[in-house]
Ligand binder design. Structure first.
Ligand code: FES
Length: 574
């Protein structure tokens, strides 16, 4: 690390004596800033993804004030700038469709502006990976400040978790066990404050996983959104980013191969959402770190579930924080992690976990005595998913982890909606529900529809889980025996496209296998007759997405976004 204070990017803007320099300075002064505030000081961009359309992030503007306070204290000059935001609670067809767009926006905003280092205010599912990917491709010093989870949910005296309990309440309502007015009443009980989902959904997972990579100050992502310590942690991040700029520590110095391996292992221990795979694979691609879906399996497999949080367990994120949070969990993991990996604090993971303790062993277990013996996440291969598929084994039903059954095929989400609750649907508890055409290109972004609802016919028989598979994703808050991200997807002719009603499908978690028991000859015959459906997107971002998105095993990034372009502000021509 070198002292780069004399070589700040921002000096390219502010040290000029020509008309351009005048123009840059006069317009900053128009906001009342004295020149000594920005000349020679590290200029810290505070990227703000707050939006009232993204309730999970809506408090970030207040946190930006606390980051600014820290930046000023450390001798930097803070400038808050808004970016687009992605909310998985409102956006259609899926938040994921916009992750790459948000990452592009951040990358270009940083590069185009006099920013020496950046604090990234993130929260809802796709915002944290989008920001991390954007910062990676411009490669400046960066710290992530995560929104933190909302308050724990409570409905009629019972703890209810974001997402996880929606599915349970919905099934209760569909089967008539819960009156519709009570179902509606539960909405306010589930979401009691701003902040991200209070279960171990994608947002909490990504907050913790990126922190495990060293990209946030340790122990801060899990602080609840409305906890006063969230503000002080933002202030500390503001102080620290100035040090990172002064020492010339770029984000790429933190996000090493070891950091990614720590992230995968922590994801397994916390029972992280299945979306972690696509986010980490995409992020690694930006950093130029070699990481494959097989690395995710290799690093996940030895790790057992240590966090007893919904949808894998009984508690919520606030309980996780109070039980000691990520520092306690990582301390307990010990040598299962690369303890010498560096963090944005300037200390290693080993230094940072220090003497962290588990305060509530009901919530955080130890590697020797885990909550479940299955790894949270498993990567499957087989003739049905030659390039991989994902299952969250700890949120699945144990009796279905080795299973053979006949396929009940839905050609599209519309087909499924039309027939899933029909009394005529030929389905039983051993069936394997197959949903096609919700992959990255056929339903842009591969929406979180993979946890196909259990047919009403089965609910009426008190069957609440059944093996399901698709080329889509599912919410990190969801549960069930659900195989996701079957790759290649239907729309580009992956083997899933060839599955027909009644085909025998076999899933074996212990072997990590997903097999379609149809002869090669028959599959060849079907392939000869298969025709891709026409995917229509005449213009705009949707067209860009469909034409350039990579498959799930490559992180759903755009082919042209992998890698980095650096932070040189003088890039004027291709
Ligand atoms: Fe935003 Fe769950 S919908 S974190």
């Amino acid at each position: 690390m070198t002292d780069e204070t004399s070589n700040l990017r921002s000096r390219v803007w502010f040290d000029r004596t020509d008309t351009a320099g005048f123009f840059h300075r006069t317009h900053l002064k128009s906001q009342g800033h004295l020149k000594e505030m920005f000349e020679g000081r590290p200029v810290i961009g505070i990227a703000n993804s707050a939006s009232q359309l993204v309730p999970c992030n809506s408090h970030l503007t207040e946190l930006a004030e606390w980051v600014s306070r820290g930046v000023l204290e450390a001798g930097g000059f803070p400038l808050v700038f808004p970016t687009m935001s992605i909310g998985d609670s409102l956006m259609r067809p899926s938040g994921m469709m916009f992750r790459n767009l948000m990452s592009m926006e951040l990358e270009e905003l940083i590069r185009a502006n006099p920013i020496d280092g950046v604090v990234l205010l993130t929260g809802c599912d796709n915002t944290a990976p989008a920001y991390a990917m954007g910062a990676a491709s411009v490669d400046v010093p960066a710290i992530i400040v995560h929104a933190g989870p909302m308050m724990s949910g409570n409905f009629r005296g019972r703890t209810v978790g974001s997402g996880t309990d929606i599915y349970k309440l919905y099934d209760s309502s569909r089967s008539g066990r819960l009156p519709s007015d009570a179902f509606a009443e539960s909405e306010f009980g589930m979401s009691r404050s701003v902040g991200t989902c209070n279960t171990m959904g994608t947002a909490s997972t990504m907050g913790l996983v990126l922190e495990a990579m060293g990209l946030s100050l340790l122990g801060t992502a899990g602080i609840p959104a409305v906890d006063a310590r969230k503000k002080s942690s933002a202030q500390r991040a503001g102080r620290r980013i100035v040090d990172l700029v002064r020492s010339g520590t770029k984000i790429s110095a933190i996000a090493t191969r070891k950091a990614f391996e720590n992230a995968i292992r922590v994801n397994a221990a916390i029972g992280g959402g299945t979306n972690t795979t696509v986010h980490l694979l995409a992020l690694a691609g930006r950093f130029g770190v070699e990481l494959t879906i097989d690395d995710i399996e290799t690093n996940s497999r030895p790790i057992k579930l240590m966090a007893n949080i919904m949808p894998n367990g009984d508690f919520l994120m606030e309980d996780f924080f109070n039980a000691g949070g990520l520092p306690a969990l990582m301390k307990s993991m010990g040598e299962l992690l690369h303890l010498d990996a560096m963090t944005v604090s300037g200390q290693t993971i080993g230094d940072m976990v220090g003497d962290a303790e588990i305060f509530d062993p009901r919530v955080i277990a130890t590697p020797d005595s885990p909550f479940k013996k299955e790894p949270a996440l498993a990567v499957l291969k087989g003739n049905l998913a030659p390039n991989g598929a994902i299952i969250k084994a700890t949120a699945a039903s144990p009796h279905l982890l080795k299973h053979r059954g006949k396929a009940v095929v839905f050609e599209s989400i519309e087909d499924m909606d039309a027939r899933i609750d029909s009394p005529d649907l030929e389905v039983d508890a051993s069936s394997v529900l197959v949903l096609k055409n919700i992959g990255p290109t056929s339903y842009p972004g591969a929406p979180e529809l993979g946890n196909i609802k259990v047919p009403k016919k089965l609910l009426d028989q008190n069957v609440f889980d059944v093996l399901r598979l698709s080329d889509g994703r599912m919410s990190g808050t969801a549960f069930g025996t659900v195989i996701l991200q079957v790759t290649p997807e239907t729309a580009i002719g992956g083997p899933i496209a060839l599955v027909e009603n009644g085909d025998l499908i076999e899933f074996d978690l212990s072997e990590r296998r997903l097999t379609l028991h149809v002869s090669e000859e028959e599959l060849a015959r079907r392939r000869a007759n298969w025709r891709p459906s026409t995917i229509v997107a005449e213009r705009g971002f949707r067209r860009l997405f469909i034409e350039h998105v990579l498959q799930a095993d490559q992180g759903l990034d755009f082919d042209f976004l992998r890698g980095a372009s650096g932070s040189d502000p003088s890039q004027r021509r291709p």
